[in-house]
Design a protein around this ligand. Structure first.
Ligand code: FAD
Length: 379
């Protein structure tokens, strides 16, 4: 192995893990991705890909594929749920693309995940490998243990294993994320179910204590997605089911604008999940192990930036580890943490307020960031 070619284990093949694997390979490292799932499933949900995430995805060679599969909105319009009054029309389309240097796209989650998976060779992804433990070895490498009784070693480990990260617990102890007291219902369905009723943009409908965001996820608007946020006072984790009741959902949005009623009336089924986040963590790195994405900075979805932050992390991490040998891994990972912490904390805390787009909003600091060019922290 050459001095600057590290053997890196990435735990988790979500958006963050796959982006990280692709970026680290681009930087010349050997990567193995360990994922607990048996196969990738196409969850019925949409995802907004901010211009900042698109800079990274372009650098991974995915822009053409993503443009072909996604919807290109004119704006993210914010409207009062009852009156329809426009509160803030956050402009995207060619205007934002010219300003920020990359497009804003609306995707099916499965399409973004598939694009990222296409940037990583199948043979480096080990499915059905649920990490259950990790420990440093005497030679500076890290030993990984999996539920299927296999073990592996690596020069560095990246915990991209989501909000309930086993890597984070192993490094910093067990603790639960903060439940916001709210849940999200979401689904994707064929626009044909709307009988010609046009959904031609991205709209967030703001009610007094709840909201719904609706947008197409295909270039020809053939699939429609919505996601809500609403209080769930009787929430009990023990009886939690991920399938929602469409009738309960429709009743919860009674009184919202007719467009919302129409979209909910046509929904065949919905999934629901609790909304959680964390306060910014003081530490993401311990020796040759680092956290990335939701494992270290889970956030509410109100800025549509959780995956974007994980994807930005991937680019910055790969820049910090470029040309790094084993002796310099810890320093490179600390530099990654130091470069990323302030920005991700700001997004976490801004998102938590749920005011993004409710009135005139300064959005340049989010969408104008290019992780391939942003300055790295000096140590
Ligand atoms: P995850 O996507 O959670 O991936 C973690 C992976 O690790 C999974 O594949 C999991 O199976 C695997 N794993 C877990 N534990 C182990 C283990 N022990 N061993 C091996 N593998 C393991 N973000 C946006 O940018 N735009 C949006 O529009 C947007 N909308 C959202 C809407 C909702 C309702 C929600 C809840 C979130 C939204 N987000 C959005 C946020 C986004 O979904 C997350 O921030 C993003 O998926 C985080 O990616 P990740 O790779 O860090 O974690």
């Amino acid at each position: 192995m050459s001095a600057s070619r590290l053997d890196i284990a990435v735990i988790g093949a979500g958006m963050g893990g796959l982006a990280t694997a692709a970026a680290l390979r681009k930087a010349g490292h050997e990567v193995t991705v360990y994922e607990q799932a048996r196969r990738f499933t196409r969850l019925g949900a949409g995802i907004q890909i901010g211009c900042n995430a698109m800079h990274v995805l372009r650098g991974l060679g995915l822009e053409t594929a993503l443009r072909a599969e996604t919807f290109y909105p004119r704006s993210w319009n914010n409207r009062d749920a009852a009156t329809g009054e426009v509160l803030f029309d956050m402009m995207f389309g060619p205007e934002a693309e010219a300003q920020y240097g990359a497009p804003y796209l609306l995707a099916h989650r499965g399409d973004l995940h598939a694009a990222l998976a296409s940037a990583v060779p199948n043979e480096i992804v080990r499915l059905e490998h649920r990490l259950v433990g990790l420990e440093p070895q005497g030679d500076g490498r890290v030993r990984l243990a999996f539920e299927n009784d296999t073990v592996a070693t690596a020069d560095a480990v990246i915990g991209a294993d989501g909000v309930h990260s086993v890597v984070r617990s192993a490094l910093f102890g067990e603790d639960e994320p903060r439940f916001t007291g709210r849940i999200a219902y979401r689904t994707v369905y064929p626009a044909a179910r709307l009988d010609g009723y046009p959904i031609s943009n991205c709209t967030k409908w703001w009610g007094p204590d709840r909201h719904i965001v609706i947008y197409p996820v295909k270039p020809d608007r053939s699939e429609i997605y919505f996601v809500t946020s609403q209080p769930e006072p009787g929430f009990e984790i023990e009886s939690w089911s991920t399938t929602g009741d469409v009738k309960v959902l429709r009743a919860a949005f009674d009184g919202f604008h007719p467009e919302v009623q129409r979209v909910l009336a046509a929904a065949p089924e919905v999934h629901k999940r609790p909304l959680v986040d964390r306060d910014p963590l003081p530490q993401w790195v311990d020796g040759p192990v680092a956290l990335l994405g939701d494992a270290c900075h889970p956030m509410t979805p109100y800025m549509a930036q959780g995956a974007a932050m994980a994807i930005e992390d991937a680019a910055i991490l790969s820049r910090c580890l470029a040309g790094t040998d084993r002796d310099a891994v810890e320093r490179a990972l600390r530099r990654y943490q130091q470069t990323r912490q302030e920005r991700t904390a700001r997004v976490q805390l801004t998102s938590r307020q749920n005011r993004w787009g409710k009135g005139v909003t300064d959005v340049d600091w989010v969408y104008g960031y290019n992780a391939w060019e942003a300055p790295l922290a000096s140590l």
